[in-house]
Design a protein around this ligand. Structure first.
Ligand code: KG4
Ligand code: ZN
Length: 334
């Protein structure tokens, strides 16, 4: 049966919408990023982010429908991110979705943003399950065994900071800008691996730790400052990136050796990292990465997850509310 799903994403600093149809075709994909605003400030200011979502959401909605050449009458369900994320940001998209569903009598689907990142793989790949998935973003670092499109099992997680957060904090420490991931990624190619950094939680578990790496970076910069030695930013970026990729690849390899999954994938904002992609593909040439535009936050991945949920009859009975701290495994419960 024919259907169209309108997906809404506003969990952090991207206001995004997309439309997907019954054939899994994306009919529209619009992302408005607030990153230019937060670049000046060195990070996301939650209250500003909510206000900017509110200012942009109607424009993004109009653009999305017109890109698909559809009206709201052609939409059968609204899929919206309900968590994890910043509560004020989430609520902007959620209120919009609840209102559309109420006014136009549409079905509602509450999408877990992290399951959205995983679904990003399905946009361009035919996946064979189980899929060993490294989920790396600004708020999460998880190894997830995906048994089917709606069955997620977390095998290991960060015990403290997320890898993207570590990139952002370290970039701020060495004053190279925000968001730190893309800046350090680019800068690393101008330098050499000269600084020695630690591999925290280098043990036989599938858990990660990044706060120790972050602290080591802070200590290194402080001790150079005290000795009046200038930090070579590019060399430091190179050493940091190599350390991070070594940690991620080591744990991903350990997980894959244990589970020997049919498919291997890397998703989330940090999956846009060039060295991570190169090194994972060197070891696992068939590994899947989302297209770059679907690595960082977007609504196409929410639409794709909403598509799986539509097929699985996972609809919201009442209205959606924000759940800012859910894990990858969590599903909406009315
Ligand atoms: O998935 P995402 O857009 O938002 C969250 O759900 O958190 O991820 C954002 C994170 C940021 O920390 C950003 O620095 C990081 O992804 N990131 C990267 C790269 N591009 C974005 N990290 C490393 N290398 C990149 N090229
Ligand atoms: Zn995200």
């Amino acid at each position: 049966m024919a259907f169209n799903i309108l997906a809404i994403e506003s969990s952090c600093d991207e206001t995004a919408m997309a439309i997907i149809n019954q054939d899994q075709e994306l009919l529209a994909h619009v992302v408005f990023s607030q990153v230019d605003e937060f670049e000046k400030l060195g990070g996301v200011v939650p209250e500003m982010a909510s206000r900017m979502h509110e200012e942009k959401i109607f424009e993004v909605y109009d653009l999305t429908l017109s890109e698909a050449n559809l009206t709201i009458d052609d939409i059968d369900a609204i899929a919206v991110t309900y968590g994890p994320g910043l509560v004020g940001s989430l609520l902007t998209g959620i209120n919009f979705a609840n209102s559309l569903a109420y006014l136009y009598n549409k079905k509602l689907i509450a999408v877990n943003h992290m399951q959205g990142h995983i679904a990003a793989i399905d946009i361009d790949h035919q996946v064979k399950y189980p899929m060993m998935t490294l989920v790396v973003s600004g708020g999460h670092t998880d190894l997830v065994l995906v048994n089917s499109p709606r069955d997620f099992e977390v095998l290991g997680s960060t015990l403290d900071d997320a890898v993207g957060e570590c990139y952002d904090k370290v970039a701020r420490l060495i004053n190279v800008g925000y968001p730190g991931g893309p800046v350090i990624d680019k800068l690393s190619y101008e330098g050499n691996d000269t600084y020695t950094l630690p591999f925290p939680k280098n043990d036989d578990t599938l858990d990660f730790s990044f706060s120790g790496l972050k602290s080591a970076c802070f200590n290194l910069v402080n001790s150079l400052n005290m000795k009046n030695i200038e930090l070579n930013q590019a060399d430091f970026a190179n050493s940091f990136q190599k350390t991070v990729v070594n940690i991620l690849l080591t744990k991903l390899t350990m997980a894959q050796e244990q589970y020997n999954c049919e498919t291997l994938a890397v998703v989330g904002g940090v999956s846009a990292n060039s060295l991570l992609k190169t090194e994972v593909l060197k070891k696992y040439p068939d590994a899947f990465f989302p297209k770059l535009k679907y690595c960082t936050d977007n609504a196409a991945m929410i639409a794709m997850s909403g598509f799986h949920m539509y097929q699985n009859n996972e609809f919201v009975e009442g209205y959606v509310n924000a759940k800012p701290t859910i894990t990858v495994e969590d599903k909406w419960i009315d």
